[in-house]
Design a protein around this ligand. Sequence first.
Ligand code: IPM
Ligand code: MG
Length: 362
Amino acid sequence: MSETLRIACIRGDGIGPEIVDTAIRVLEKTGEKFGLKMEFIQVRMGGASIDANGAPLTDETIEICKGSDAVLMGSIGGNTSTSPWYQLPPEKRPEAGLLKLRKSLNLFANLRPAYLYPELSDACPLKKEVADKGFDLLIMRELTGGLYFGERKTITENGERKAIDTLTYSESEIRRIAIKGFEIAKKRRKKVTSVDKANVLDSSRLWRSVVEEVAKDYPDVTLEHMLVDNCAMQLVKDPSQFDVVLTENMFGDILSDEASMVTGSIGMLSSASLNDTKFGLYEPSHGSAPDIAGQNIANPIATILSAAMMLRYSFDQDEAAQAIEDAVSGVLQDGYRTVDIYTEGMKKVGCSEMGDAIIERI
Ligand code: IPM
Ligand code: MG
């Protein structure tokens, strides 16, 4: 890693620019405090890149990301019913850029922690007796395989249109994500719940058998298997039962939105997408929320916590990461709330004010 930490920044679309700008300010303050030199290199992806370059992701952007130590991203995409981006063929739409970037950088492991801050238990939609138990889980989502990257086509057969998506997983793809899952479980509460649909899908049956093989190397980690439909139910019934939830791409996409919502707001959840090196792409788990873009009301916390994950996983700066995480807890304790997590009696603040409050506490 170069002495100056080179961070490629994709501000993206919708609320992306405001949350990334706020997270960069937090990183700058953290850098000052901990003596870290950082350089932020702005690149475009998604709708912003379509508008500027006619494509959601250019080779130049990929090269800049590859040449950096990490990528910090906001969110991409627009309103799928009204934005002109969605009149384009699928491979030219904003999301295609994100998928191509994940694949080009080989970011196969997507970590999505979901943690209930005690201060936000009022915003948690679960029954009080469930919320009071708290929870702290991490979804380990496979990110470069499965339905997202299988062959797909729409054809006309016997006079009607027919669409085909394919769900493929190889043993090696399953093994490498399972290893990541067990490695992280070892440092947490030592439990892996592997989620699949093995009662129906071949890909899930292979998943289950490879995960069991990997588990043999981690005798101190407990492995359980859970069917995805049951997992969706258990996440609202008793999320405290989960530590690491290991799952394939599509299931992980769906379950991580659900997990984030039970924390009170999708605006709180960070994520890291990693390859086999220290390199990673860090982005909030939520989308670009075009309906509230540019109003300075978005919650920047998920992006700020993603920046903390970047310091921890890509730069080994645990202390600096902890300082950001503590500052986030601090502002919540002090009653600062963006509108998505607001409850009566709290201090309602906008995106940049939330950033200021966090910066003050670093
Ligand atoms: C996510 C998003 C993306 C995904 C979309 C924008 C393609 O929902 O990161 O969860 O489905 O992976
Ligand atoms: Mg998603």
